[in-house]
Design a binder for this molecule. Structure first.
Ligand SMILES: [Zn+2]
Length: 128
């Protein structure tokens, strides 16, 4: 994968602008920031709103695991030695631990659809 000569970022070929001279080996973000191309010219540019939407989709995708680990840690710290609630909450927590991977598997296609919707359309021109 090529390297941008301004930010030294390594991206896929479709994340680079086309042209010679000052436009050679420049990624779309640097191209837009340095005024070499406009946002409308580069179809593969992730606008800040698209980037934020992708980030929140990722956060939604992985938040069940984060909550599960937080609840496990708080159970170990606070509830482990409390009788009888330590045992009851352990059973509930065990059930949730079994359910969460199944739930994440079921919503994975929804997440992939959201990410596909939030990926800018780009058709590679002939010869690139
Ligand atoms: Zn760059």
């Amino acid at each position: 994968m090529p390297t941008c000569r301004h930010c030294y970022g390594v991206y896929k070929r479709d994340q680079f602008i086309h042209g010679n001279g000052p436009r050679a080996q420049v990624c779309v973000r640097c191209g837009v920031e340095k005024g070499l191309v406009s946002e409308e010219e580069v179809a593969s540019f992730y606008t800040p709103s698209v980037a934020n939407a992708r980030f929140s989709a990722l956060a939604r995708r992985w938040s069940p695991l984060m909550w599960l680990s937080i609840i496990w840690v708080s159970w170990i710290v606070f509830l482990k030695d409390v009788k009888p609630w330590g045992l009851y909450t352990l059973i509930v927590l065990g059930l949730f631990t079994l359910i969460v991977p199944v739930y994440m598997l079921l919503v994975s296609s929804k997440h992939m659809a959201a990410m596909a919707r939030l990926t800018p359309d780009y058709e590679r021109p002939k010869g690139h």
